[in-house]
Design a protein around this ligand. Structure first.
Ligand SMILES: Nc1ncnc2c1ncn2[C@@H]1O[C@H](COP(=O)(O)OP(=O)(O)OP(=O)(O)O)[C@@H](O)[C@H]1O
Length: 346
């Protein structure tokens, strides 16, 4: 935990949360804190366990073991069926696909949600109009939901999670069924919530959508938390790992790779790749900026004619995300193999 995190108030805490369906472990010993005022992106491939964890947080599923703790009056309390009404009162959830009556309008549905959640009656009219405008659906407020596309319903579902103005908003895959324009509207909506200092816990398998709004990212794969850090730190880590090198005065990529290895091999953390289209060499590098400079110095001292030496900007975070997920895939497969061996011995 860094210094900033230790100062912030924890609003939700998962403690060793585990959910098994029969022999299958969907969420495996997940420990995670969500801090006041942050947008925490919960990222993972399909089937990673995101929805299962969120359902346990909403008390829609009981954990097999572990606990969810929720902040109430500046004190964390363990979530149970006895205190869920007041503990979850200040949280807005979009967990499953929203189902609406076809004949209702967004105004009717959202007014009902706000009433049920105890929002002040004299302010509901204004609040409903405000949130529908916020997500760019103002002109549809009195149209029947039966005429809406999947994406439009999804946006109304997102709004239904915030209409009572909760402090914490939990959105499971809010981008489902949205086209690029609608995704941008949802992104803008999430940024507005962030500016209002709301705490948002957002799951998705879309890295870009999460990285545009999140302060921190938690990556889950096969039910296991494989990374959790601030977006800045993850971006730093991603940047450290690759350097693109463009040179002149070389002919054969194979021979050049051998020469590069001889010259700077001690700094490298993985193989050197040659990108044929861009005519650049990719060095896998894991070190400080000082080391990065030393490496450049060695290249030039060895007579290698470097004309570009840079950290690529696009796609780095994606590479890092895929690295975490594929490492976890490998570990999971090895574990499965061992499990099969043990079963056959038994
Ligand atoms: N009720 C259930 N019974 C059995 N298995 C389940 C149940 N609910 C979920 N699973 C399994 O648990 C795993 C995790 O599912 P979960 O829905 O949490 O993943 P996810 O990360 O939300 O995926 P997606 O992005 O596809 O929604 C999946 O393999 C799923 O098939």
């Amino acid at each position: 935990m860094n210094q900033n995190e230790s100062k912030k108030e924890v609003l939700i805490e998962f403690k060793h949360l585990t959910k098994k369906f029969g022999h299958f472990t969907a969420v495996n010993d997940l420990s995670l804190q969500i801090f006041q005022g942050e947008v925490l992106g919960f990222l993972g491939p399909n089937g990673a366990g995101k929805s299962t964890a969120m359902k346990m947080m909403a008390n829609l599923l009981n954990p097999t073991s572990g606990e969810v703790w929720v902040n109430y009056n500046h004190k964390l309390e363990k979530l149970t069926k006895y205190n869920q009404d007041y503990l979850l009162d200040n949280i807005g959830f979009l967990i499953e696909n929203p189902a609406f009556y076809e004949n209702n309008t967004p105004r009717q549905v959202l007014t009902l949600f706000a009433k049920l959640k105890g929002y002040p009656r004299n302010k509901i009219h204004e609040r409903v109009e405000e949130v529908v405008q916020m997500i760019g659906m103002g002109q549809w407020i009195d149209n029947k939901l039966g005429t809406f596309s999947k994406g439009m319903r999804q946006k109304i579902g997102i709004v239904s999670a915030v209409v009572h103005d909760p402090a914490i908003i939990v959105l499971d895959e809010p981008h489902t069924g949205l086209d690029p324009k609608a995704r941008r509207e949802v992104r803008d909506f999430l940024l507005k919530l962030k500016n209002l200092n709301k705490t948002v816990f957002l799951s998705s398998h879309l890295l870009y959508e999460v990285s545009e709004v999140a302060d921190r990212i938690a990556i889950i794969s096969h039910g296991i938390l494989v990374a959790c850090d601030s977006l800045d730190n993850l971006e730093e880590e991603a940047k450290r790992s690759v350097i693109d090198l463009e040179m002149i005065g070389w002919e054969n990529p194979g021979e050049t790779i051998i020469k590069l290895k001889e010259t700077v091999g001690q700094f490298l953390s993985g193989p050197i790749y040659y990108n044929r289209d861009q005519k650049i060499f990719e060095l896998q590098f894991d070190g400080s900026q000082e080391k990065q400079y030393e490496m450049l110095h060695k290249l030039i001292s060895a007579g290698i004619k470097v004309i570009e030496y840079s950290v690529p900007k696009a796609g780095l975070l994606e590479d890092l995300y895929l690295k975490y997920v594929s490492e976890s895939d490998k570990t999971f497969k090895q574990f499965q193999k061992k499990a099969v061996k043990v079963e056959s011995i038994l």
